[in-house]
Design a protein around this ligand. Structure first.
Ligand code: AMP
Ligand code: ZN
Length: 665
């Protein structure tokens, strides 16, 4: 088998395993075997950039950066759906359509997936474009981001399909992935996302597709737009699409009459809570395409489809008490403590009240009977008060003025909704929280030291801040409860080893507000060392891609505080990393190669490219000749260079291929 064949066979195999795993939920090989095959493919592709394919399974990890999303016109308009809220609404609809269609009408019932609608274009069996719904006529092109979604087929067997067609679907973020993402955000002191739907649509608009790749998005397909399809019904079309590799949920059902439709709705009204993603209704579609055609569209929606909306799960209960929690950075969260109530099969005892404004807006008070809703949100929320049940003597809630833990008067920044306790250095939950963050797995990852031990160390006065960790002695620790000689020894070893963590981890560990893992990485790369970062002004910071005003201000504020400067100084003295290790920029990976660079690039400046090529032993030449090794082609490249390269058989590579030539094996 030659290399090209080998690469193609591997790609086909991996596409198929993705399908088995993500669509059919029936993996045929272990994750380990999958990874091995993928690694082999990546290696071969790296060695042979000439066989690059943007739809290779290796491209799912993303890497493309989109600064501005192009607007693209939909080949066919993306309509809304008419809504119904009761069975009578549905009966009326069926009566209406029966006036235009005299034959028996069957229906395809589907769940209404709650995410972001997407239009996917294919040509000759290849995925070529994804666009959001936008205003229905045109949407934003989000191809690079959508390409990372594992359940989306990038290549399909085009048999019985037209050369060009569009499929439509919904991009959803399953609950599990949503909860994980939020847990990470909370750990990084970022506001958790409100619900999976907004998070899914927000994900599509992230600039860096490798960030999108990390989110376990799914793409559920509900329709195809194609003229000359041999199929004649919605149900058959969906079954056909599933066989072709698309993720068409199994819950779809062909119903012969309205009674069967109602049964479907009743069944899924309860059962939907067992599904891994959020649904908010059922979409009933006239099954036969010829009937659909007869019925046509109104100005907004097809007459042949109707959405039935489920009622949000809601219950009323009594609000016993409002308590206040203090987070690691001092942020105060008011919590409603409720009389236990059952909602969507779970017992709810607490609900978030978010902040003072929210309490005021709802006018919620202790002793009130409140409506609690559990929608896509993980944490239930209070939607309104039942004022008819309010005690006439009750008084408006007075938001606390002092920290419930250390009594310091609370503050609230302009433009921010959340109060905080400014006593960052001695408010107990903040002191403990900061150290717990510092030692956590994604930060300094100190082996042998857990969150509980940190609390114990603080309570026993052994440490007051994270720098103190590095002064701990074995004998101090042994004094603690439950600490044996051996574990104390391990702890000291763990502390010592943590000094090896790279700068970006240390930076994340410092616990600067809004500086999560990714931001820390970005800052470390941009500023290279702590001194440059400490002296940076807001203007310098916002120059950096992905760094906004809020983060910039927070960084500057952090380093304005002498306590923080002292902590950093101490950590430096203990030998922690406060600069990035010299990037191994120079290599001989491009030794002897002559490259022509043309066009504009997403991740490199032209000047920068030149020095990268030279640092790696290559040479940049200005015009193409038969001695040229590669044409490195960006966007908007002139056609003459391309033609010349083709004529002389010079391989043309893009920046991704270029990058992979530099990456280590
Ligand atoms: P609406 O936004 O309320 O007008 O509802 C229309 C949207 O519902 C469409 O744009 C789709 O994104 C979404 N939707 C979810 N599930 C389905 C489904 N099974 N069939 C059609 N549309 C669906
Ligand atoms: Zn406090």
């Amino acid at each position: 088998m030659d290399i090209k064949q080998k690469i193609e066979t591997l790609r086909a195999e991996l596409h198929n395993h993705n399908y088995q795993y993500y669509v059919l939920d029936n993996p045929k090989i272990s994750d380990y075997e999958f990874d091995q095959k993928l690694k082999t493919l990546e290696r071969l592709e790296e060695e042979h950039p000439e066989y690059f394919d943007k739809n290779s399974p290796s491209q799912r990890v993303g890497g493309k950066v989109t600064k501005n999303f192009n607007t693209v016109k939909h080949r066919e308009r993306m309509y809304s759906l008419s809504n119904s809220y009761s069975k009578t609404d549905l009966e009326d609809w069926v009566k209406r359509i029966k006036k235009s269609v005299s034959e028996d009408i069957s229906f395809t019932c589907e769940l209404k997936y709650d995410g972001a609608s997407i239009n996917l274009s294919y040509e000759n069996g290849e995925f070529i474009r994804a666009a959001t719904r936008g205003d229905g006529y045109e949407g934003d092109e989000v191809t690079h981001n959508v390409r990372t979604i594992r359940s989306l087929p990038l290549k399909i067997d085009n048999d019985k399909l037209p050369e060009k067609f569009d499929v439509r679907g919904e991009i959803v973020l399953p609950f599990e992935g949503f909860a994980k993402l939020n847990a990470e955000r909370v750990e990084q002191d970022l506001e958790p996302y409100a619900n999976p739907r907004n998070t899914a649509s927000g994900s599509l608009k992230l600039q860096d597709s490798s960030e999108v790749a990390k989110r376990p998005l799914d793409c559920l397909i509900y329709g195809i737009q194609a003229v000359d399809l041999e199929l004649n019904s919605q149900f058959d079309a969906l079954e056909f699409l599933r066989k072709k590799g698309f993720n068409v949920p199994e819950q779809i059902k062909l119903c012969q009459n309205l009674d069967e439709v109602i049964n479907y709705i009743n069944y899924w009204d309860n059962e939907r809570h067992k599904l891994p993603y959020e649904t908010d209704g059922v979409v009933v579609k006239v099954n036969l395409f010829k009937h659909q055609k007869t019925l046509g569209h109104t100005s907004k929606s097809p007459r042949w489809a109707m959405a039935y909306k489920f009622k949000a799960e809601e219950a009323t209960t009594k609000l016993k008490k409002i308590t206040y929690q203090v987070g690691r950075t001092g942020a105060i969260t008011p919590v409603a403590n409720l009389e236990a109530v059952q909602i969507s099969g779970t017992t709810v005892k607490r609900a978030s009240l978010h902040n003072a404004d929210q309490i005021q807006k709802l006018d919620v008070r202790e002793g009130d009977t409140v409506y609690v809703e559990k929608g896509g949100e993980i944490i239930p929320k209070i939607t309104k008060v039942d004022f008819t049940k309010r005690d006439p003597d009750s008084e408006p809630t007075r938001y606390i003025k002092n920290c419930p833990e250390c009594q310091t008067p609370l503050k609230r920044d302009k433009g921010e909704a959340v109060h905080f306790c400014p006593n960052h250095n001695s408010c107990p939950p903040q002191v403990i929280g900061k150290i717990q963050h510092f030692i956590s797995r994604k930060a300094m990852d100190i082996e042998g030291l857990g969150a509980e031990t940190v609390a114990l160390l603080v309570e026993n006065g052994l440490i007051n801040n994270y720098a103190d960790i590095y002064e701990l002695k074995k004998n101090d620790i042994i004094e603690l409860e439950r600490m044996a000689e051996k574990s104390a020894q391990n702890l000291i070893k763990g502390i010592e080893q943590s000094k090896q963590r790279p700068f970006e981890k240390v930076l994340f560990a410092l616990g600067i507000r809004f500086v999560g893992e990714t931001v820390a990485k970005t800052l470390a790369k941009a500023f290279k060392n702590i001194d440059a970062l400490m002296t940076a002004q807001v203007e310098d910071l916002i120059e950096v891609n992905e760094i906004g005003d809020r983060i910039a201000k927070s960084v500057v504020e952090f380093f304005d505080e002498s306590t923080n400067i002292n902590l950093v100084k101490r950590l430096k003295n203990y030998g922690l990393n406060f600069e990035i290790e010299e990037e191994q920029q120079s290599s001989s990976k491009l030794e002897g190669l002559k490259l022509v660079v043309s066009g504009v690039f997403e991740s490199y400046e032209r000047k920068e490219l030149k020095s990268i090529i030279e640092d790696n032993g290559g040479k940049v030449v200005s015009s193409i000749s038969k001695n040229t090794s590669y044409l490195l082609a960006g966007d908007n490249m002139g056609p003459s260079k391309k033609d010349k390269a083709k004529e002389l058989n010079i391989p043309i590579i893009d920046e991704i291929q270029f990058k992979s030539m530099l990456d280590d094996k």
